[in-house]
Design a protein around this ligand. Structure first.
Ligand code: UD1
Length: 341
């Protein structure tokens, strides 16, 4: 059972490769290493005892993508993670985002069609819901106009997959992630932000370890319980496991329609200050932070209704906030030890 994982050396991709291998799937990774390290492949094999195959090229290259699929016509499915994901950068360089995130998807779908590869799992995001009218957010909630080119690429990608499915034998599952955090319990793989992190938890752990001086909390005047925004943080291993279930569902013809959409969240929301408190508790140290102005484009609060995923996939996020934050902290400390080695 061979599965292509695009972006398989990245944050969510690497954790998913581990879970796929744990369940006996053969994995081939395609990655251009633009935001990840080739060393992750060694670390994946340290965890699972199996070295995944890796091909390094850019999926926006139509010829190379076509050639890869021709050589790998025994693929049972594709999990497509490879994409740019920095919201702010996408506002500054929209065409970079549209080209990278959309052209690669078009190339993959085209090659899937030409080689009778029928199953694709797509990395989508809760960003498609914008500022939701009702909480928790179910899959039926309306799609709001995207706040950023990044968010728009997720919406358009879901549409591209939908349109392709209508005219081919391809099946798709779009997984809408809430806020993935944490790292593998081995501390061998985790999030590796290039440069200054955009996301909350890597910024917290980098501040605590001394790489950053101070965390800026973007606004405490939101209409929430403590004034800071609320998100549904989900452990990356819980998220990874849902991908394996989605692949299995496709291969074993358990889908109810050709395009299915699932929310991947815990159903619980935590504020920025609650995440900081959790970090201070599990790390037993105070975090240097200050409240600053709001960040443009942030939604006030969003958390998932995971009922449909829980029932249909037989999947449930298991890890709580403290455990998520602790694994992120252990990963940050492991990175520091590596540098000092
Ligand atoms: C954003 C995107 C999401 C995308 C994800 C990946 C939106 C609404 N969401 O998630 O689609 O998949 O990035 O990059 O665009 N915060 C601070 N200080 C910091 C960093 C963050 O206070 O230094 C706060 C933010 O204001 C927010 C919360 O922490 O309230 C979470 O932020 P972040 O981790 O960046 O995730 P989202 O913005 O929710």
């Amino acid at each position: 059972m061979k599965i292509l994982v695009t972006g398989g050396t990245g944050y969510i991709g690497s954790h998913t490769v581990v879970e796929l291998q744990n369940k006996g799937f053969e994995v081939v990774i395609v990655d251009n290493l633009s935001n990840s390290s080739i060393k992750i492949v060694d670390n994946i094999s340290k965890i699972t005892g199996i070295r995944p195959l890796l091909e390094v090229f850019d999926l926006t290259d139509r010829e190379k993508t076509a050639d890869f699929f021709k050589r790998n016509n025994d693929l049972k499915g594709v999990i497509h993670f490879a994409a740019f994901k920095a919201v702010g950068e996408s506002v500054e360089y929209p065409l970079k985002y549209y080209r990278n995130n959309l052209v690669s998807l078009v190339n993959i779908l085209e090659s899937m069609g030409n080689n009778e590869v029928q199953n694709i799992v797509f990395s989508s995001s809760c960003t498609v819901y914008g500022e939701p009218d009702e909480l928790p957010v179910s899959e039926q909630a309306p799609i709001k106009k995207a706040e950023s080119p990044y968010g728009n690429t997720k919406q358009i990608s879901e549409e591209i997959i939908g349109d392709t499915i209508n005219t081919s034998d391809i099946h798709g599952i779009a997984l809408r992630y809430f806020n993935p955090i944490g790292a593998h319990e081995s501390a061998l793989i985790g999030e590796l932000p290039l440069g200054i992190p955009n996301n909350l938890v890597p910024f917290i752990t980098q501040t605590a370890i001394g790489i950053r001086e101070q965390l800026k909390v973007f606004g405490n005047d939101y209409p929430t319980r403590d004034g800071t925004p609320i998100r549904d943080y989900i452990h990356v291993v819980d998220l990874a496991k849902a991908h394996v279930i989605a692949v299995d569902r496709m291969i074993n013809n358990k889908m109810k329609k050709a395009l299915e959409v699932f929310n991947l969240g815990t159903g619980k929301g935590y504020s920025v200050l609650e995440v900081i408190k959790s970090f201070e508790k599990v790390s037993r140290q105070k975090l240097n932070y200050k409240i600053v102005d709001r960040r443009a484009g942030d939604v006030i609060e969003v958390w998932a209704d995971p009922t449909f995923s829980n029932h249909e996939l037989g999947w449930k996020a298991e890890k709580g906030l403290d455990e998520m934050v602790l694994t992120a902290w252990n990963w940050e400390k492991a990175l520091l030890n590596k540098i000092n080695e």
